[in-house]
Every structure is written in structure tokens, then in C-alpha cells.
Write a protein that binds this ligand. Sequence first.
Ligand code: GDP
Ligand code: MG
Length: 163
Amino acid sequence: MSFTLAIVGRPNVGKSTLFNRLVGRKLALVDDQPGVTRDLREGEGRIGPVRFTVIDTAGLEEVTDASLPGRMRALTERAVDSADVCLFLIDARVGVTPVDRTLAELLRKRAPRVILAANKAEGRAAEAGLIEAWELGLGEPLALSAEHGIGMDDLLRALEPIA
Ligand code: GDP
Ligand code: MG
């Protein structure tokens, strides 16, 4: 059985970088500037022997407070509803933000399965954020580095019950 994985999370946590790594092509835009408007993006992902459809939740807006803008909520809901499993990314270097908390709440209510991951986890700067991620109540956070390809084996293990 093949399945659909949606990568969700606020802008700039590294969703498109991870999408590119899973899909193996430069399909998604990776941007140094948070909040560039884009759409949901779909590709064929692969980790080792496991193949799946992957959705990059793009098109988000930058937010600076606890509110979740309508477009970000709507796009995340669309991604959640078209996926069998959500990979929820936070930025391990930044730690848990109010928007992360709001998204976690949305996912707890709406997503059948959620895998929590703290991205940008290469190096010491990520240690506190990784521990903080437990607060979100979504289980053990995976430590990933989409840019450096770290944690893909853990992601594969987390996907095994679904694959
Ligand atoms: P998105 O807005 O969630 O899609 O995030 P992007 O994939 O566009 O990445 C935002 C920024 O974070 C870019 O500058 C990426 O190069 C950077 N980035 C992504 N993954 C990593 C990572 O694992 N480590 C570090 N240090 N930076 C990363
Ligand atoms: Mg993106």
C-alpha cells in the first residue's frame, strides 16, 4: 500500500528543503525569505525502499503572534485532509513558538496520524529546541536535518507502521 505524507509547519522551518530531499528533485522552492506565497506542492517521495506521495504545505504567510492566519490554517487543513500521515516540523534552533502550538492543536484534532520532527537539528544549537518539542504533546520528536540529510533513518522507522 502506498500512502500520502503531508509536511506541515509554519513558514521557514524547512518543509520545502525536506520535500526536495524526499522527492530528490528541486521541485519545491526553497527560500531564505519566510512567507513567500506558494501553493500546495505534490511529488513522489522515497526513503530507502519506501515510496509515497509527499505534499509540501507551501503558500503560508509569515506570522509574528499567536494567531494563525486564515490562509495558513486553510492550506494546512487541506494538506491534513489529503494525507494519511502528517509530518509536523518545528525549527529546533528556534524552539516552540505560539504558531507551532496552534498548529499542534489543529493537528491533534484533525490529523489521523502525526509525526513530530524538530528540523535544523544538526549541531548544539538545536538541543534545547528538541527537548522543548515534547511540550507539544505529540510524542517523541524526531531530530532531523533536512539540509544535511540527518534523521532520515528515524523518519523511515516512524513511517514503517503506515507503509
Ligand atoms: P519552509 O518555508 O518551511 O518551506 O522552509 P524552507 O525549506 O524554504 O527553508 C527555510 C530556510 O531554512 C532555508 O534557508 C533553508 O536552507 C533552511 N533550512 C532548511 N532545512 C535546514 C536544516 O536542516 N538546517 C539548517 N541549518 N537550515 C535549514
Ligand atoms: Mg516552503
